[in-house]
Design a protein around this ligand. Sequence first.
Ligand SMILES: [Zn+2]
Length: 287
Amino acid sequence: MAFTGVEVHNIITKETKLESFGRHSILTMPSYNWIELTSNDVSDRKGDLLAVQPIGAVEQHGPHLPLGTDTIVAESVATEAITRFSGSVFLLPTISVALSREHVWAPGTLSLTPQTLLSLLNDLGGSLQSAGVSRLVFLNGHGGNSAILRVACRELRVQYGIMTFLAHPQLPLDQGGTAHDDAEMGFAVHAGRSETSIMLYLRPNLVTLENTAREVPEWLDKFEHIGFGKEVTFGWTSRDFGTAGVIGDPTLATKDQGELAFNAAVDRFVEVLSEASRFTFPSSEHK
Ligand SMILES: [Zn+2]
């Protein structure tokens, strides 16, 4: 289910060492783009393999951001991070269509059901086990995928013995992430300042800010226990917050903020890869 858009493909390969994967260098490069390998390449490297699985979404992102925003961000962070990571890591093809049920009311959104996504991840785990992948890091660009990915992480551990990890370019605010400031009151969970800034940095040609407006659900502040990032979560769709499809304030976005956020996400993910490559349980028989 790789994202096959030409421009995204360019992002994957442009100015990264993935582009330089000639057959002659395949065994000396520390990181590998899975879809450019042969089966023999994989079997030559079989063992304690570390793989990164970017996963995003194709869903409405207000009037100003493209449908593939989460996919573009996850793929870009993963691609850049593995070029900076000194260890050996395999980059799997991005899962771009995932779980976007909260946005299915909006034309353009493509979504699997939770059952389908869980089945897909389970099938993927079986193939990765066969290929010798023992450590798998999901880099998830869409908060709506997180709950299923947590379930999948445990299932792949139980069924295939794979050590699994779930990371995000930015931990969503409704999942324990922290806001940079209080301008959006901690309510910026979709197409707001941060996400828009990163896209202004990564793909400014796909961002149109003319018709954007502040869409911060300040009414949520009336509730002490129920809310984003609070002790009681709630089921919601983006339509519950209005017709704009935005929850946050994209008018605050700038390219400079995006560059900072993107590089911070890459730096953090490089550290995550380092930890994931050496993470182990005390009892090695349960590795
Ligand atoms: Zn998004």
